[in-house]
Design a protein around this ligand. Structure first.
Ligand code: PEP
Ligand code: MN
Length: 338
């Protein structure tokens, strides 16, 4: 981190700031230019709040040399993280597909979809019991009953379950029941929830917020990692755009960018990213080619009558065909579907 001082900055104030930084354990490298006086801080700058430094009247600007995320940073974790969910792995050459309905609607629905996607080589079952809906009048999910249905489907099929948890209370109550805790796009910067997710012993799938930068996504992961939970999976699920043909804009370049910046597995959600079922196949293939470690795909047995996201859900037989094609793409990337 480099701190640039204002031209007319009071020398005594500069000295006192420097002293406080040395006390914090930093080595200071000074540089006197013709127009500027600056110091470079050498040490773990993650302990400093740059806003506090910036707020000092003597400070012109604070420039980062390194990224503000440390635990999520590939610089300090060169090897890919492999997240193992009940024997299904994501990252480090392992590719897994998470499939299932947007929302849990009934036991028959979830069990029949679960059996079908398992037979098509999905590695995990998804399904929302607690649903973050834009309208308070839309279906809000089955809640605890929905979780029980997911657990029943897990007992029958052996598939680990991935489900969204929306609040700190729900996390405390239910995290032990699920295999992967999903933190949704709308909650990506719910810092209390992220902090609590840092304390649990379950992988956490963080979906990118609809207007979040990649750095903000990585900082959300940093919250969980800083709490002591190292098992974090990132998900690109489309961002806001002016374009109306799709629900969101799939930011595919986020995948290789994230993979270069972090050791965490990165997956893609082509269903929410496009909002259009016919785009799920091409965008899934593209995600594999872009270097994703997995996919999360909405599959519904009766999309026309789905209580949530029917437009973007594919039917189980289409999912089966898609998986046959994807397996070839995954092999081409030297990855193993599991
Ligand atoms: C979901 O996965 O069903 C969901 C609501 O996703 P997102 O948070 O990405 O909108
Ligand atoms: Mn959905």
């Amino acid at each position: 981190m480099i701190v640039v001082f204002k031209k007319d900055a009071d020398v005594k104030e500069i000295e006192s700031l420097k002293e406080s930084l040395v006390k914090k354990g930093f080595h200071l490298h000074e540089s006197h230019g013709e127009n500027h006086y600056l110091i470079g801080l050498v040490g773990d700058t993650s302990v400093i709040d740059p806003g506090v430094l910036r707020a000092q009247r003597i400070v012109e600007k604070v420039v980062f040399v390194q990224e503000p995320y440390k635990k999520a940073n590939r610089r300090f974790n060169p090897d890919d993280l492999v997240v193992d969910v009940g024997g299904h792995k994501l990252g480090g050459g392992f590719f897994s597909v998470i499939a299932g309905p947007c929302s849990v609607e009934s036991k028959e629905q979830v069990v029949s979809i679960a059996k079908s996607v398992r037979d098509s080589k999905a590695g995990m079952l998804r399904g929302g019991a607690f649903k973050p809906r834009t309208s308070p009048y839309s279906f809000q999910g089955m809640g605890e009953e929905g979780l029980e249905i997911l657990l029943e489907a897990k007992r029958i099929t052996g598939l680990p379950i991935v489900t969204e948890i929306m609040s700190v209370n729900q996390l405390e109550q239910y995290h032990s029941l699920v295999d992967v805790v999903q933190i949704g796009a709308r909650n990506m910067q719910n810092f209390d929830l992220l902090k609590e997710a840092g304390k649990i012993n379950k992988p956490v799938l963080i979906k990118r917020g609809i207007s979040a930068t990649l750095e903000e996504l990585l900082m959300a992961a940093e919250y969980v990692l800083a709490g002591g939970n190292s098992q974090v999976i990132l998900c690109e699920r489309g961002i806001r755009s002016f374009q109306k043909d799709t629900r969101n804009l799939l930011d595919l370049s986020a995948v290789p960018i994230l993979k270069s910046k972090t050791h965490l597995p990165v997956i893609v959600d082509p269903s929410h990213a496009t909002g259009v079922w016919s785009l799920v196949e091409p965008m899934s293939k593209a995600a594999v080619a872009a270097g994703a470690d997995g996919l999360i795909i909405e599959v519904h047995n009766d999309p026309d009558n789905a209580l949530c996201d029917g437009d973007q859900s594919i039917k189980p037989d289409r999912f089966a065909d898609l998986m046959v094609v994807l397996e070839k793409y995954i092999a081409l990337e030297n990855k193993t579907l599991n």
